[in-house]
Design a protein around this ligand. Structure first.
Ligand SMILES: [Mg+2]
Length: 183
């Protein structure tokens, strides 16, 4: 049985779609960047080049009260994490925005709403994922760093903005292949 850490934003919660929702609401008349053309992990980096006049207000979006609680689900995530947990020791491992005072509690609220209560009790909120033990970390972030050399191997949750990384890739629709490989 492997210990698998599962990131929340970009793996379970559809951060990209949530961002687009808030962007459209706040800046009517501005176009969102089509998902397939997204090439930076942080939205403000790419949006800030296209719309420099909005950069600061875009940076403020993930700091708004209600932002994290509003994120929709990534398709297949609920069934996927349950399936992963049938044969593995699975934990949610997520990093909060520390300058958003609502972020950590809204993350718990989100997990309670979309996943079963048991997952709230299997959630690790940490700014540094390298201190957490595990065999694998499924995460969409390109360059995860911290105080330690991680024990886990990162499996990249595939998005257009992380295609430059040479690591094993994962999406929930490929879970059967992943389970065959991991077990
Ligand atoms: Mg993430």
């Amino acid at each position: 049985m492997k210990r698998i850490l599962v990131d929340q934003d970009g793996v379970l919660a559809n951060y990209e779609a949530g961002f687009e929702f808030w962007f459209r609401g706040l800046f009517p008349g501005y176009d969102v960047i089509p998902y397939e053309q997204r090439n930076t992990f942080y939205q403000e980096d790419q949006y800030g080049i296209i719309y420099p006049e909005l950069k600061e207000r875009i940076e403020a979006i993930p700091r708004l009260n209600g932002f994290y609680a509003s994120l929709p689900l990534i398709r297949g995530a609920v069934e996927g994490i349950e399936k992963l947990a049938e044969s593995n020791d699975v934990w949610i491992c997520t990093s909060p925005k520390v300058d958003n005072p609502y972020c950590a509690s809204e993350k718990f609220e989100w997990i309670r709403r979309f996943l079963r209560e048991k997952w709230v009790r299997r959630t690790i909120i940490t700014k540094d994922k390298t201190v957490v033990k595990g065999d694998y970390l499924i995460d969409d972030k390109p360059n995860i760093q911290g105080e330690y050399v991680p024990e886990w191997e990162q499996i990249v949750y595939d998005h257009p903005y992380n295609r430059g990384i040479e690591k094993k890739r994962f999406t929930w629709d490929k879970i059967d292949d992943f389970l065959r490989w991991v077990n």
